[in-house]
Design a protein around this ligand. Structure first.
Ligand code: ADP
Ligand code: MG
Length: 775
């Protein structure tokens, strides 16, 4: 009953997965679980939903497809709708803040986060007959959690007599985490491998690795475009701003003009240029690779031939030109990337390429691609470039496996990507540019071999590849701090986190400890066993509290999130942000705390108070342009101060984004807290660090014959038998309070001098304990 456009039909038949339709359908009809592994571009995302649709899976219930990336969610729904000849009402998409799902929806593409949300209101996913988890190799946190949940939902649906099926799709053959994990699937699900029709791709490493990878990417692209034969170019950079920068620069170098017939122009012009350039300048695209040399010789020959053919050149008016409507500029507004300073436009070194750029008349049809790009602009990457122009896509890692760009022959890989990196002490996270994994590099290179033999240019050395690129990055779920993960899952009403069937499980002991901490901090609470059976095995569960829910919205470890969640009271938010930022950065001070005199509550706030005053004063000095002098004078590590400034800014903007109604602002001239504020801050610190309390060891407790002096700064901490000492640099050595909380505890010294110390200590009042650490 499906009527496809003949053009669509032709394109489909070229896809390797078409030959597997029958096998896939047989396996999924006979099994509840199936894994489909196949090279990017083999047709998984666009074809499998169609097979299922044609087999009747959308007759009474819907087919769901999850994507970890928004850009793929929209693009793939549109494509599948088009191929099936259905409207967007029938093949729809849904993601946070956006979607076109209707009552008639048969196939629903959605982000993995959206399906997780749906599970919270309809645990059995009763609207769906089959769930496809796409891009499972990306191992996004939500996808991993979905897989765990679905491994339990599918058997439940069978028991209810309304079976649900699950297809896991992956662009890599590395699927052991799904097949060899008996906690996840008792019986390993069948795996179908789609034979790929991949052409050989020659990989070229740079001899040297330069830090300015954008400049290198530009240079390499210029050389490819001016010297190498036809074929699309795909460039991988790390973020939206880098994409837009390169797009602008490349368009300015090789502009496209509407009124020119390039089909006549390029053959002639390009040939002359390539010859000239190659004769005058040694080929450094990759001199250690004769594959390219041969490729270029072939090109030269072909162009010489073409030159002899076309003798007449049309006249063009150089002033009459037209850029593609989207010049990338608009996207720069409100973009959250930080420009690491390598976006400078003028560059002397690039001038060596100037003649080449100038004499090349063939336009480069440059298009941006990144996750937040509007869907209309996104769709353009699938269209062929105008006649005579060469296609060039500048993309983030979305073009790695999520979207297959047709007709790419050259890949330019910076080897970099942006990754969310967590600070394991505070849980604060930041996007950092890191080396891609070797697996990603392989995927990126593979993009060049879809239409014919291709070339991948890695803008870094093979030594970097071997030593700095890990074989794989660990799954996101395992990189997150456990407290954060546990709280997030509890907020999703997943109560049994410790025994959850994770595809790759974090350490179970760590999960258990995190639960305990969160309970002490009032974010989880015990619930009675639900039924007689649970009672018998004494299975009580820890569920999230309203406080826990509020805290989970803060982009930090729960203990610091709690401080922030409470700090709107008495206008303490700016102090708390500064405090948390300062606690994130190690070794802020090398000097003594003595230069920050304090009394009363300000003194009792202890080391965090000293940090707060140091940061405030350093900020003030920074405003006056005296930061380095100031840091030197007071023994502050200048790099630490700069880092704290960055984190304060980032926390402030993330809090403004994620917490409705909160308007955090950075006050660069933050005054030191007064006595009353300092008292409140002590309570806040206690509320977040309440599981790390110490009580002074009394002299009367010291055993006969032991040296009492050894116990001068010693505390009992929790269930720990041995004493824990105030850090030698702690300002609280002046006070030696009866009760304290601390941020960290660790061992110092060797052999006999080995002892436990605590750092970043604050004095508390014992009567606060039952209030802030209810137990
Ligand atoms: P996989 O999921 O296995 O990586 P896809 O199903 O995404 O493969 O892609 C199959 C083919 O469909 C690719 O050649 C891709 O270029 C093509 N394709 C996908 N979306 C579009 C589109 N919007 N327009 C044209 N071709 C597309
Ligand atoms: Mg796909």
């Amino acid at each position: 009953e499906v009527k496809r456009d003949p053009k669509v039909q032709v394109a489909r038949l070229k896809l390797p997965i078409l030959g597997e339709e029958q096998r896939i359908m047989e396996l999924i009809n006979e099994n509840e679980f199936l894994i489909v592994a196949g090279e990017t571009g083999s047709g998984k995302t666009t074809q499998v939903p169609q097979f299922l649709y044609e087999a009747g899976y959308a007759q009474s219930k819907m087919i769901a497809v999850t994507e970890p990336r928004r850009v793929a969610t929209v693009a793939m729904a549109a494509r599948v709708g088009h191929e099936l000849g259905l409207t967007s009402k029938e093949v729809s998409y849904l993601m946070r803040f956006e979607g076109n799902v209707s009552k008639e929806t048969k196939i629903k593409f959605m982000t993995d986060g959206v399906l997780l949300k749906e599970i919270q209101t309809d645990f059995l996913l009763s609207k769906y007959s089959i769930i496809i988890i796409d891009e499972a190799h990306e191992r996004s946190v939500y996808t991993d959690i979905l897989l765990g949940l679905l491994s339990r939902i599918v058997p439940l649906r069978r028991k209810r007599g309304s079976p649900l099926r699950l297809i896991i799709m992956s662009a890599t053959l590395r699927v052991e985490d799904f097949t060899e994990n008996t906690r996840l699937f008792k019986e390993p699900p069948p795996v179908i491998q789609i034979d790929s029709r991949q052409f050989p791709v020659t990989v070229h490493f740079n001899k040297h690795t330069y830090s300015d990878y954008l400049k290198e990417a530009f240079k390499k692209t210029v050389k490819i475009h001016t010297r190498l034969p036809e074929g699309g170019i795909l460039i991988f950079v790390t973020g939206q701003q880098e994409v837009n920068y390169l797009v602008r620069k490349l368009r300015a170098s090789f502009p496209y003009r509407r009124d020119v017939d390039y089909t006549k122009l390029i053959t002639k012009k390009n040939a002359t240029d390539v010859d000239a350039a190659l004769d005058s300048e040694p080929d450094d695209i990759e001199s250690d690779d004769d594959e390219v040399e041969r490729e270029m010789k072939r090109a030269r020959k072909a162009r010489r031939k073409a030159k002899q053919k076309s003798k007449t050149l049309p006249k063009i008016n150089l002033d009459d030109y037209d850029m593609p409507e989207d010049d990338g500029q608009a996207d720069l507004v409100g973009n959250d990337d930080d420009s690491e300073g390598h976006l400078s436009d003028s560059d002397a070194e690039e001038d060596t390429l100037a003649p080449e750029i100038k004499s090349c008349r063939q336009p480069l049809w440059v298009l941006p691609l990144y996750s937040m790009l509007g869907s209309a602009k996104q769709a353009r990457v699938f269209d062929p470039p105008p006649p005579g122009a060469r296609l060039c896509i500048v993309s983030t890692d979305v073009a790695e496996t999520s979207l297959t760009i047709p007709a790419i022959k050259y890949v330019v890989d910076t080897g970099k990507k942006k990754m969310r990196v967590y600070d394991h002490i505070t849980g604060a996270s930041a996007w950092r540019v890191v080396w891609t994994s070797q697996a990603s590099a392989g995927q990126r290179a593979g993009r060049a071999g879809r239409v014919g033999a291709g070339h991948a240019y890695r803008l870094y050395s093979s030594a970097v590849f071997q030593h700095d690129c890990p074989p794989h990055h660990p799954p996101d779920l395992c990189r997150r701090p456990v407290d954060d993960l546990v709280l997030m899952m509890k907020c999703m009403a997943i109560d049994k986190v410790v025994n959850f069937p994770f595809p790759t499980a974090p350490d179970r002991m760590q999960l258990r400890l995190a639960e305990k901490r969160l309970e002490i901090l009032g974010m989880l609470e015990k619930h009675e066993p639900k039924n007689a059976y649970a009672k018998k095995i004494d299975e009580e569960v820890l569920k999230v509290t309203p406080l826990g829910k509020a805290v989970s919205a803060f982009p930090l470890l729960p203990r610091y999130g709690k401080m922030l969640a409470l700090s709107h009271q008495q206008n303490l938010l700016p102090y708390t942000i500064a405090l948390v930022a300062a606690l994130t950065v190690p070794e802020v001070m090398s000097g003594k705390a003595d230069c920050w005199p304090a009394t009363g509550h300000t003194l009792l706030l202890g080391d965090p108070g000293v940090l707060l005053r140091a940061v405030g004063a350093a900020e003030f000095a920074h405003l006056k342009g005296e930061e380095n002098l100031f840091c030197a004078k007071y023994g502050l590590r200048e790099k630490a101060i700069k880092e704290i400034r960055k984190i304060r800014k980032q926390l402030t903007s993330e809090i403004n984004l994620s917490i409705a109604g909160v308007q955090a602002k950075i006050d660069p001239e933050m005054k030191p807290p007064d006595d009353n504020q300092a008292r409140l801050l002590r309570q806040l610190v206690l509320s977040g660090l309440g599981d790390q309390v110490g009580k002074k060891i009394g002299m009367d407790e010291v055993k006969e014959g032991e040296d009492k002096r050894k116990y001068k700064y010693a505390y009992h901490c929790g269930e720990l038998e041995e004493p824990v000492h105030l850090h030698s640099a702690s300002i609280l050595r002046k006070v030696i309070p009866e009760w304290v909380v601390f941020q960290q505890m660790y061992e110092t010294g060797a052999e006999e001098r080995r002892k436990m110390v605590m750092s970043n200590v604050t004095a508390i009042e014992p009567e606060w304990l039952p209030i802030y650490v209810p137990q």
